[in-house]
Design a binder for this molecule. Sequence first.
Ligand code: B12
Ligand code: SF4
Length: 393
Amino acid sequence: MSAAAGRSLATQLKAQAYAAGFDLAGTARLGAAESADQFDSWLAAGFAGTMAWMERNADIRRDSSRPAPGMQSALVVGLNYGGTQPTGAVARYARGGDYHRVMWDLLDSLGVWLKANSGGEYRSFVDTGPVLERDLARRAGLGWFGKNTTLINPRLGSFFFIGALFTDQVLEPDAPFEDDRCGTCRRCLDACPTDALTEPRVLDSNRCISYLTIELRDEIPETLRPQMAELVYGCDICQDVCPWNVRFSRDASLAAMAPNRTAADPDLAELLALDNDGYRRRFRGTAITRAKRVGLARNAAVAMGNRRAPHDVGALASALMKDPEPLVRAHAAWALGQFAGDQTALGALEHQLTTEADLAVLREVESALVTLRSRTTASAAPAGTVPTAPEQL
Ligand code: B12
Ligand code: SF4
């Protein structure tokens, strides 16, 4: 193919991408990632946490010509998911339809166009394969690596998804985004409640609330639970404080990404009480399914422990006694331990102490009782309740 024909295909493909509803479009040649060294250091530091899949296919991830052999170039797109929505317990990206599905369908329609117009083969990626998507997007000129690690576009901020259409056609590449427009700002590093940004552009997933609420399948470290406040799925804090988002955020570009009934602040007691079927029915077609029922119920329990609303005690006591998953019972126990002076919380924990069979849950119950009793004696008990002394343990 001649250079002129290649250039024109890239230009036409980008025009198709904008017409399909994408907000950003650029092209790049596939090849070794320029930030492969940073990726290696991140893995070596253990910052992927339990995301073993990041390590398993690291060789392929380091080089974008490897996930789909024979492919030469990529159209890289950005889709704005609406940074103007109010902040809430569920991160903005997860409030609408599942972006994997929505973007994949759009990219595939571009692939059909590409095949019809060039005969070229294609393959779509939206966080669905071993690709360093931010590296590829920077290479295609979409933005720079912010100190909060997100890719930031100077006209859109960072509240956008990245996707890529790989093709065996050679597309004229766009210029990579070379500037660093963070300057001396470090608001994201200072705002992160768990200090997950260990230095500019380096995120320790083990401390990141997004990771803890979405990817982690085990217990949330106790020291981090209070910092999670009432967040139940994902976290936008390091993006909310970013001046580029304050200035350039817009409403979601596609109706499919507009918030659905999971919305920003779901009823926590309802989340905690969902069974597997109820969970599937409620979240089918949204990105929230990633956390699974157990993960989301665990997160809801932690959020309830942090907000300490007296009306949550009943739901937490019920989860402690009835939830089939030890992980949920353990976090419900921790949450009940935050309700100083509450006799129902105390009664539920004491009861569970005599019936609980799981050792990990038992440890949480014991520790919650210690917390509850010490806080109860330290603070004035509400009218009508009897303070409980630690020596009663
Ligand atoms: C694993 C993962 C996570 C993990 C780890 C995040 C992380 N920072 O690595 C967790 C679960 C924590 C996570 C959280 C979120 N994620 Co995520 N995640 C991914 C995934 C699957 C891989 C990311 C990755 O490769 N990490 C490895 C580390 C090393 O890469 P990195 O932090 O991005 O750092 C790169 C650069 O910053 C650069 N770099 C690092 N240090 C330095 C130093 C210098 C000097 C330079 C120049 C460069 C540089 O090199 C690195 C490698 O390319 C991608 C999808 C994909 N396949 O790429 C989505 C992705 C990055 N996530 C996305 C989103 C939306 C989120 C959340 C906003 C969701 C939320 N609201 O909760 C948060 C944001 C948290 C954050 N600050 O990153 C979007 C980001 C879009 C954007 N505009 O940037 C992606 C691209 C998914 C998508 N297809 O849209 N995510
Ligand atoms: S808050 Fe400041 S330092 Fe962080 S990503 Fe935005 S501009 Fe960069």
